[in-house]
Design a protein. Structure first.
Length: 646
């Protein structure tokens, strides 16, 4: 088999048209249903933190007709199509009075309908990207390549997630693949109309997210490497560029009127990335390795498909350069590779450490590389051992791979959609001990990062420990909650300890969360609720020590009260870190919890009466006082039963 046949994936038995459309329809229906299911729960602002940026830009437009964006993190096409649909829904609501169509409630806040509309549009963008990728793959290597590439992209967890939330990334991905598809068509038939149409797509891509600039590279590479007049190619590119600029400015005229809106927002994002890169100590060349790590990660393709993608892209680069003048698909593959190289290189120049989701525009082209590598390997093996012998084995292996990847994607969606047993525990804790904020939870179960979840509003101070049995009884009794897996009760070594702890609590103070299909997943968890009752709180402050600017001291005029303990809630000054908190002569532990406006307040564990509290920080604060809140506690009665027993 020749190199040209391998590059072009010359299969002797192509799929029939009916089979292709059946498989494509099944893929699209499954992908759309999976994403729509993912989008449906929790139609409010507590599920996805980043949705607020687009909604903040839409609010003055929908309420006052004000086109000026509130901030410039994302350009117009990332939210204006959603605004058009939302405005139509609002007009229908005003005409019919049907409450389900309302996009604002009586308080002027967004309704669940708003979130459902915005997320459904994202689902449509994500599913349409799969159709476009199939069409691209079809031009590059046939129906098999297009179907497999679309499937590989459909099961990427990060594509699943971005196809659900209202954010710029999925609009960017849709416009990037659309632009590439139109670029292939424009290179095949280079007319002013085809280049102008591609220019519209480029303008939409730039209006989706500012990192879409490299999307114009494939068209440029294809125009100049294609046989024909280079002067005419240059003229067509100039026309496409002019059209893209017009489209871009039409969707965000404030890029000219008030460019500071976008400059300030992008500057904030850039500083965050630079801060992360500085902390990790990586240079800009690390970004290329970061791309490979991201493709290998379970958030993207995983080790197997990620390796296929890298091997495929490397082999395609070699074959396409070698066969550029002899193969009909060499130039289109060079256009694919030009985007991957341009996007990665320009990103390395722009930022030292992007967030992994910023590699999403690479994923369709990586999926094409992985699909090509798989089919090329199929051809190579079949050519050596015989197509008949290999056909049955290869189809079995491919079917198993597809089923495994589809199962993993469905499982990921299930876990992101259905609450875990940890979520069920947190729901009860928020209802039972949510006030005052900062209740101390000792847990062996890792609840994960609550930053972008509704549980952040519970403002629990969660401290994850490896083994509760290793803590002192005093430390356990002074917490508000103990959480551990139910399997601990049967542990041959430490089971006695956990059974003894459980026996000390009445049924009303024990919460058990068990897994159940479509209700909760995860291990069975047990939570023991301590009956601490807050008696009151008072304001206080630490004063800077005259001897040391890194030490703040406070003396508390607390009265000796039997069976009462104290805790302190405080927020350290910005850009400072607390190195130690000393209460009396004892170094005290403190736990962070999410408070209002993304601040990170801390709470101490409960302590007995003392007269002096010393706070030591690592960096001098530009203030003389640091305020705190002193709380007084005593053990109260056991709560009434509100447990989660499926």
């Amino acid at each position: 088999m020749t190199s040209s046949e391998v590059l072009e994936l010359d299969f002797p038995d192509p799929l029939g048209k009916r089979t292709v459309w059946i498989l494509l329809t099944l893929l699209i229906v499954w992908s759309f249903g999976l994403r729509l299911w993912y989008a449906t729960p929790e139609l409010d602002s507590t599920r996805f933190w980043d949705e607020r940026y687009g909604l903040e830009n839409l609010e003055p437009l929908l309420k006052e007709g004000q086109f000026r964006p509130v901030h410039g993190f994302h350009p117009g096409f990332s939210y204006l199509p959603h605004g058009l649909v939302l405005k139509s829904s609002d007009l229908l609501y005003r005409a019919t009075g049907w409450q389900k169509l309302a996009i604002f409630d009586a308080r002027g806040r967004y309704t669940p309908t708003t979130y459902m509309i915005c997320r459904t549009i994202s689902v449509l963008f994500g599913t349409s990207t799969l159709i476009l990728l199939f069409l691209v793959g079809r031009r590059l290597g046939g129906d098999r390549l297009g179907l497999l590439a679309a499937f590989f992209l459909a099961v990427v967890p990060w594509h699943l997630r971005q196809s659900v939330l209202f954010k710029a990334d999925i609009a960017l991905l849709f416009t990037v693949v659309l632009t590439f598809y139109l670029s292939l068509r424009a290179i095949e038939k280079p007319t002013f109309r085809s280049f102008a149409t591609t220019g519209v797509a480029i303008g939409l891509a730039l209006s989706s997210k500012f990192n879409a600039g490299p999307v114009a590279v494939p068209l440029t590479v294809g125009a100049f490497l294609r046989k024909g007049s280079k002067r005419r190619a240059f003229g067509l590119l100039v026309g496409a560029a002019a059209v893209s600029v017009v489209v871009f400015l039409a969707l965000q005229p404030y890029a000219l009127i008030d460019p500071g809106i976008y400059r300030r927002s992008m500057g904030m994002t850039s500083r965050v990335y630079e801060k992360v890169a500085s902390k990790e100590g990586h240079g800009r060349l690390y970004l290329f390795w970061h791309l490979i790590e991201t493709l290998w990660s379970n958030s993207f393709f995983g080790p197997l498909i990620g390796t296929l993608a890298l091997v495929g892209l490397i082999c395609l680069a070699v074959l396409s350069l070698r066969l550029r003048l002899r193969s009909r698909v060499a130039l289109p593959w060079l256009m694919v590779l030009s985007f991957v190289v341009a996007y990665t290189t320009l990103y390395a120049l722009a930022t030292p450490r992007p967030s992994p989701h910023n590699w999403l525009p690479i994923s369709p082209f990586a999926a094409l590389g992985a699909a090509w590598a798989l089919w090329a390997g199929w051809l190579w093996i079949g050519d050596r051992i015989g197509s008949r012998q290999w056909s049955m084995v290869g189809r079995t292996v491919l079917t198993a791979l597809v089923l495994i990847l589809a199962w993993q994607a469905s499982r990921y969606t299930y876990r992101e959609t259905v609450p875990g047993t940890g979520d069920r525990i947190l729901e009860v804790l928020r209802a039972r001990i949510g006030r005052p904020v900062g209740r101390h939870v000792l847990t062996e179960y890792d609840f994960g990062n609550l930053f972008q979840t509704r549980h952040r509003r519970g403002r629990l101070a969660i401290q994850t420990v490896g083994d509760l049995s290793g803590l002192t009884p005093t430390a356990l009794d002074r917490s508000d909650v103990e959480v551990f897996p139910a399997s601990r009760l049967d542990d041959p070594v430490s089971g006695r300890f956990y059974r003894d702890r459980l026996e000390q609590f009445k049924d009303e103070a024990v919460v058990i969360a068990k897994p159940r299909l479509f209700h909760a997943w995860g291990p069975t968890l047990v939570a023991l609720l301590h009956p601490w009752k807050a008696l009151g709180e008072s304001a206080g402050s630490w004063e800077r020590s005259p001897e040391d600017p890194l030490i703040f001291i406070s003396r508390l005029p607390v009265e000796e009260t039997e069976r009462r303990l104290f805790s302190i809630v405080f927020t350290p000054p910005r850009r400072t870190k607390v190195s130690r908190l000393v209460i009396g002569d004892q170094t005290m532990k403190f736990v962070g919890f999410r408070g209002p406006r993304l601040q990170m307040p801390f709470t101490t564990v409960r302590f007995e009466k003392t007269t002096e509290i010393r706070l030591e920080i690592r960096k001098s604060a530009n203030r003389e006082q640091i305020p705190f809140t002193l709380r007084v506690w005593r053990r109260g009665k056991v709560h009434r039963r509100v447990s989660d027993r499926p």
